[in-house]
Write a protein that binds this ligand. Sequence first.
Ligand code: ZN
Length: 153
Amino acid sequence: MTSNAQHELYQQVILDHNKNPRNFKKLENPTHFAEGYNPLCGDHLFVYLNVGRDGIIHDIAFDGSGCAISKSSASMMTQSLKGKTLPEAKKLFEEFHNLVLGKLKPDTDPHHLGKLAIFSGIWQFPSRIKCATLSWHTLNGAIQKVKSVSTES
Ligand code: ZN
């Protein structure tokens, strides 16, 4: 794909998920949840999980408010993680983190990111990296039972 086509796809996907975020709701009685705040941009999200005794994420949702990048990233994260185990979720978080830092090249490095690979160019915009990773840091907090996460820490 040319970088222009890649950028266009990126914009389309961000706009779509920002307008129609998937799994945008509060879960009643979640097994895990956390609040995430990105003071640089003002993004403020909540992530909710229902993890079964089998360790599988049976349901995942988010709500709150944020910029288009933070919302679309959270929306795509929930789509990617439903049905995955917690270790698989952690692995995907690592891959996504390396992707947005430009350390993982989705065209050549092995990964399980699927559609999340569209965030590959974001390392060129350092101020937006925290927007893209906020929901993932919040997820990580929820898994580790840390109720409140700030990207500043
Ligand atoms: Zn943001």
